[in-house]
Design a protein around this ligand. Sequence first.
Ligand code: ANZ
Length: 945
Amino acid sequence: MHERYEPDQFEAGWRQRWKDADLFKTREVEGKPKFYGLDFFPYPSGAGLSVGHCRNYIPTDVLCRMKVMQGYNVLYPMGFDAFGLPAEVEAIKKKTHPGPMIDEYAANYRRQMELIGVSYDWSRSFKSSDPEYYKWTQWIFSLLYKKGLAYRKDAAVNWCPKDKTVLADEEVVGGLCWRCQSPVEKKNIPQWFFKITDYADRLVDDLEDLDWPEGIKNQQRNWIGRSQGVEFEMVLDVSSANGQAEPAEKRHDDALDELMAEIAAEGPTGDVESSDRIDQIKKKLDRATEDLAKATAKFDEASRRIKHDPSEDLQLIEKEKKHTFRVFTTRIDTIFGVTFCVLAPEHPLVKEIIGITDAKSGLAMRDYIDKAKKMSEVDRAATGREKTGVFTGVNAINPANGQRVPVWIADYVMMGYGTGAIMAVPAHDERDYEFAKKFGLDIVPVIKPAGATDIPDLPYSAKDGVLINSGHYDGMSVKDSQEALTKELTALDIGEKKTNYKLRDWLISRQRYWGCPIPIIHDKDGEMHVVKDADLPVELPKVDHYEPADDGSSPLAHIPDFVNVTDPDGRLGHRETDTMGGFACSAWYFLRFCDPHNDSEAWSKKEVDYWMPVDTYVGGAEHAVMHLLYARFWTKVLYDEGLVTVKEPFARLKNQGQVLGHTPYRKPKANETLSVGEEGILVSFDEAKNVPKEDLTWRWVRMSKSKGNVVTPDEAVAEYGADALRLWELFVAPFEADVEWTNDGMSGTSRFLSRIFKLASEVQPHFDPKWKDKIASEPATDASRDLRRSTHKLIQKATKDVEAFAFNTYVAAMMEHLNTVNDVLKRLPPEALAVSEMLEYTILVLAPSAPHSADEIWQGLGKEGFTYEQPWPKADPDLAKDDTVTIAVQVNGKLRDTIEMPADATKEQIEAAAKESDKVKSHTEGKTVRKVIVVPGKLVNIVAN
Ligand code: ANZ
């Protein structure tokens, strides 16, 4: 038995023995429960793994190892997401073919994963670029196509001019390509889409039951962006073209002038004023007064209210049918606060307005539209961007109060969302507020926050307020008024409830070589046919040149042998030459792992029914919306087809924190400029040695090859050992937290392992392998009781912590336990059976996190087999129970003392002891004790005054 942790002496040997014994092969023993643990499907990059990646794999491995010991049938596979742009771009750079290059990289990943002792079942491994795999990706594509969930249409797509490919919306970050950071352009090309929008509601609703980080669920909710509101029609009042809406008073005065002029014109004409004529004039005057009152009511801001007789506006709608537009709002309650409307520059009505408005407005609008066209939606929507816009010269009628409000065009309204037009309420909407401020438009608050006496600073949303300045809706709650107004607009037949989604269909085609070919044949007549199942896979041809074409066509389009094909009628047709983006390949791989060698179907229902869902899925938070949403969508489609029985693929999701490397930056020289977001010029560690101290700054940034700050598991294992690395990865921080990586920590975990070896080597001569049979009859001493308590408490805590991904506290508990053990052993002879129990259980609890060391010690104790095959120890709750507990004593909620009590003390005993405390007495003296609250085992609170 080693007396220290000497990884060089035994770690590689154990890994070989595990391999020889085929230890990690998935087993399906009847009667056992199943557990499916999965790490995100990695793209095997040429840089290999860093200790950052290991923070994903090691924790999952620990959990899966514990599950095996707990008696589960465990599926814990690993494969490679080999298709896609990163591989292709790198292969082009290296002037090689992505296929063999990826094979080499994947082999290196596997070597590294084995080096750190991860227990994947490699017999189930595959790459998404294997024809035996992508045959079934194509099969799922044809299924989607047949269901109308895959379609091709001309689309203005995001085009990366550097990578020469189309990007999905999700792949455009801040207007830049997510991979190469080139500004993304818009280009019109026929593209393939998956109709994920059909599943929007289910994708939102089913999030409820998932045990996923709330942050990720929220990102999905926001991405899908379901929003419930009202869509209604607004009418242009073209008579008011070329002017901002006139204020009510002016219209009022005009009406009066008009009437007076009319009366004057019809006034007394003859020399005799007959009484009839007088009556006539009187009546007319009465009517005029009435009309004036009506006009006042209509245009007076204070008395704005829904018009119950909207006939005038409806006539206008009839007459000017084409001059209407619909708006979508989530805040119909704010309709009385509309002071202008905004159309997206691309809105179809804008062209018509240009036709009817004055030349100057028309020109300004044209100019503005041209500018907007050049911008990406992401940039247009960026918060904090100064608002821009142009007045169209026409007004629209607010159906709630008949008020005329100016119509503008502005790029902060998107054509692709809702109706591409909005009612603007600057008092309650941030963007509208900024716009109104910039262009001097009216701002009318129409909601008072609940319970507020004053109107807060504008703008504010006050979703729980009551209405003001809203005619007879004044005083109504936001919620009630939304209902009432929706009803009213529906009854008038100009509006209805509407749900909008931000989610767009999933753009899947890529005009690139290194992807799964889309199994479609185009015939001479332009019809499309999906390739028959029997003819799958459509194999990617092996070619020397596959660089993207400058015209946006796929490289496959230039390979006649691939393109030319006979259609199902035997006529010459041509193959679809686009390939699928990598996200299609990873949208179902977890199903294939259940039955990876099946060559007659994508999976057998029996296998998938047995293993699915993935019980715990582990990977980085950066995949919150793309992969995780697509995989959910495909699973639902497959569920609808009866091909799987789960509606959701991943029951529990865990995201590890990032590992940051200490990275040197130097000040830029006079002739150097920094790019946006850069705080200095990155230098290598070697260069940093020659940079003057005052010019050098060290920053913590995500470990990556491009930053030159990577620590590889190879280095770490060579210097400290695999188990020391494993324990440090677990112990360094809570699983979800980011980590500032230092290698020093591994000397700490290495020392801890050495202490375990020392303990084991000291106990080993006295170790009794049959302790279990005899321990019940061994007379207990204080020391043996203390030892057993520590052992059983450790088992309890480790079981709970590993399950809960609290790996750092699991390792900390082992460390604490070791201290206790060393303490107690001073009082206990090593031949006590409690010592044998302690050693055996400690090693088993250690096994998932430090499997090499655990097996080495296990063998040293003369035990058979691998620790991986042993049952996980079960804690005896009675033995784990504390003899005494520390109870906090509060007076009026403030902590005044702590008392030690027997763990089984009654409430009365605890209360009595608490009252006896001198510290407590000094705070209760002269007061009357009103109430005593006792939480057994924890706390006493004495209320006294
Ligand atoms: C009036 C209003 C008042 C609005 C208020 C909000 C707050 P979500 O929740 O994201 O769906 N809107 C509608 N269509 C738009 C478009 N094409 N481009 C830009 N903005 C658009 O947002 C819905 C709200 O966003 C709508 O409700 C509308 O502004 C705006 F106090 O209408 B709201």
